[in-house]
Write a protein that binds this ligand. Structure first.
Ligand code: FES
Length: 107
């Protein structure tokens, strides 16, 4: 995606919450970390079945619920090696609405 797309209302995802959305056929999970939003491709690249929606937060990243691989929200990097890196997306909030934009690691 090359442009920002409106995906949710700010009130839909309060601090500490998360929500899976679909953008252009891709499942993406939005995380609200105390008011800062992050968007990450929802399917873990390790087995492609585990939803990161159900992962455990770890700083500014999430650990897969299956085997615990950690993915950084800002870079998409995996702590088990670059072959497992994933996609993360830019997020902006305007007028009470949340928008997802291009991949962060493609800046
Ligand atoms: S399926 Fe996610 S770490 Fe294995």
């Amino acid at each position: 995606m090359t442009e920002f797309i409106e995906v949710a209302e700010l009130v839909d995802i309060p601090p500490g919450e998360r929500k899976r959305i679909e953008v252009n056929g891709k499942q993406i999970t939005l995380f609200n970390l105390e008011g800062e939003f992050f968007a990450i491709y929802d399917r873990c690249p390790h087995k492609r079945t585990a939803p990161l929606l159900r992962g455990m937060l770890d700083g500014q990243g999430v650990k897969c619920p299956n085997h615990g691989y950690r993915f950084d929200f800002k870079t998409g990097q995996c702590d088990r090696g670059s072959e497992w890196d994933t996609k993360v997306y830019q997020v902006k909030v305007e007028n009470g609405k949340i928008f997802i934009g291009p991949e962060r690691n493609k800046d």
